[in-house]
Ligand binder design. Structure first.
Ligand code: R7I
Ligand code: MG
Length: 337
């Protein structure tokens, strides 16, 4: 179980880091360029330059050890985890203050999240700023879902605590029902991944049933997407059609289902699932992070390729810190049972 907690944390971190350099590429652009780079001569300058542009997805060696950066996804996941480790339950003011303490603008925050964190930093109440976004509708970006894995791990035994945690941590920045629903779905997927073991008899449809039991009554777009996922899973061989139907954008309802599908489509390999997810294009770091969280909680930290782990940035609040944080959450989880 410790390995699964670490996997859920570092899965987010790795998926984020793999996706960061190629964020904003469309699926077609990414496919073309990956195909082109594989045909360039091994020792050519053109190949080295293109690989340097694409980062971990094309060649992990382009990053010296301890240098591949994470983005806001991992930074905010760290905030969720720090608060849970310290408080042992959802504590809004504490979690919001950790988001603000960790806030480094250059990590690539969404415009809404940036506004919320800046407002809280300037003294606005932690539970007020999020609801002001988008003319009072609140954000339906995927920011509440991208960071939720510690909540999924923490509450993997209890669907009620899980829902409470997932929704409340989202609401600090995302109060739109679709933003909240995405966080609930992603947390449920991580929780169910934590509850199940990889093996030959793994059944994606039973996994999906369990996810739906852990996240009942989601807004309609999620219910349609879950139905689509069932349809795509029956498609053999799988195609990229899912990309068009599910989407991989910055909006929660157009990226959380895609991340779940990427895991279910390739449930036997962390690396394959994350690579596939990032290759969907568009919001690559977040779809990568969310797929990585699910696959990491399922396969465990020990299944994450060493070539990716070694590359991750390892300064303050880097790789070693994040592994330690996962261990602390696990220790507290055990102590509290
Ligand atoms: O959701 P969020 O924290 O970040 C999402 C993505 C991730 O990929 C991060 O890594 C980062 O790159 O951004 O950021 P928000 O700003 O809350 O939401 C993201 C975007 O979704 C916004 O900038 C809007 O374009 C859009 N959006 C909305 N547009 C109109 N009306 C979200 N909610 C609304 C809305 O209600
Ligand atoms: Mg990001």
């Amino acid at each position: 179980m410790r390995d699964k907690f670490r996997g859920g944390f570092l899965g987010t971190f790795v998926g984020d880091a793999v996706g960061v350099p190629v964020e904003g590429f469309t699926h077609d652009q990414l496919s073309e360029i990956l195909d082109a780079v594989s045909r360039l001569p091994k020792d050519s300058e053109a190949r080295a330059e293109t690989e340097a542009l694409l980062g971990l997805i094309s060649n992990p060696a382009v990053f010296p050890d301890d240098s591949a950066p994470y983005s806001d996804d991992t930074q905010m996941m760290i905030g969720v985890a720090e608060s849970l480790v310290e408080r042992g339950r959802f504590d809004g003011p504490d979690m919001a203050s950790r988001f603000v303490e960790n806030f480094q603008v250059w990590r690539g925050y969404g415009a809404g999240a940036f506004a919320v964190l800046s407002a809280i930093k300037d003294g606005m109440a932690w539970d007020e700023a999020g609801g002001l976004l988008f003319s009072g509708q609140g954000s339906f970006g995927n920011g509440g879902a991208m960071r939720v894995s510690p909540a999924g791990l923490w509450a993997h035994k209890d669907p009620f605590v899980l829902r409470h945690l997932a929704e409340n941590q989202a609401k600090i920045t995302h109060t739109h029902p679709l933003g909240i629903g995405g966080a609930a779905l992603q947390a449920a997927a991580v929780a169910v991944a934590c509850r199940n073991e990889p093996g030959r008899d793994f059944d994606p449809l039973s996994f999906l049933d369990e996810v739906e039991r852990f996240a009942p009554g989601l807004p309609v777009p999620y219910q349609y997407a879950l139905r689509d996922i069932r349809e795509f899973l029956a498609d053999v061989p799988a195609t990229w059609d899912a990309q068009e139907r599910l989407g991989s954008s910055i909006e929660a309802h157009e990226s959380v289902p895609a991340a779940l599908y990427a895991f279910l489509r390739l449930p036997h390999s962390f690396e394959s699932a994350v690579t596939w997810a990032v290759r969907l294009g568009d919001d690559t770091d977040t779809v990568g992070a969310m797929t990585g969280a699910i696959a990491g909680a399922f396969h465990g930290y020990s299944a994450i390729p060493g070539k990716w782990l070694r590359a991750l940035e390892n300064g303050p609040k880097g790789r070693d810190y994040t592994v330690g944080l996962a261990d602390k959450l696990w220790d507290r989880w055990r102590a509290q049972r």
